[in-house]
Write a protein that binds this ligand. Structure first.
Ligand code: GRF
Length: 197
């Protein structure tokens, strides 16, 4: 049973999906950390009886903030860290320290559409397909090796909101599935690649 820490900044719908899927899964979420005290995802965690912590980033250097995160995760005994709508860039030092044990979900078919404003850019480009990716986190933003992806159609009438809702639905299945693989040791980060067994 792998002990999971989840980092959030907002509503935490992916956190909710990870919580719902944990019965019978090879992972247990033991700590949820937010950099915003008003993140509604904290309430989801508390409702599920999971310990929560707020670590504000304001007024701190990136290194100080990341050191606080790192200490809190290690003190709790966290083995795998999941980013779920966590809107802070992590320092290279933090990322290297958790290499192979740090994953993120991104609302595009990576390597396409890294960064923010994804759905706006997908629609503006006239794409007919989009999706979501769970990937290992490496120092370069949204550039880590993919663990799992799922696609959705983009309709001509889509707005960023309708597309986001469609992508979010597949995110909620994809993230628990990818975390199960990782917790089971069925996927590993080796020499910069996702290796499946
Ligand atoms: C999701 O679309 C995720 O892919 C992205 O941020 C959003 C977080 O949503 N990284 P939620 O907080 O999990 O509801």
């Amino acid at each position: 049973m792998k002990k999971i820490g989840v980092l959030i900044s907002g509503r935490g719908s992916n956190l909710g999906a990870l919580i719902e899927a944990q019965a019978g899964a090879p992972y247990k979420i033991i700590l949820v950390i937010s950099n915003h005290e008003d993140a509604s995802g904290l309430l989801r965690a508390q409702a599920a009886g999971i310990a929560t912590l707020v670590i504000p980033h304001k007024g701190k250097s990136r290194e100080t903030f990341d050191a606080e995160l790192d200490a809190a995760l290690k003190n709790a005994g966290v083995e795998i860290v999941c980013l779920a709508g966590f809107m802070r860039i992590l320092s290279d030092g933090f990322v290297r320290g958790w290499e192979g044990r740090l994953v993120n979900i991104h609302p595009s078919l990576l390597p396409a559409y890294k960064g923010t404003q994804v759905h706006e850019r997908v629609i503006a480009a006239g794409e007919t397909t989009s999706g979501a990716s769970v990937h290992f986190v490496v120092p370069e933003l949204d550039a880590g090796p993919v663990i799992a992806q799922a696609s959705v159609p983009v309709h001509p009438t889509d707005t960023p909101e309708t597309l986001s809702a469609r992508v979010l639905e597949v995110e909620h299945k994809l993230y628990p599935a990818a975390l199960r693989l990782l917790a089971d040791g069925k996927v590993k980060l080796e020499k910069g690649l996702s290796v499946f067994s």
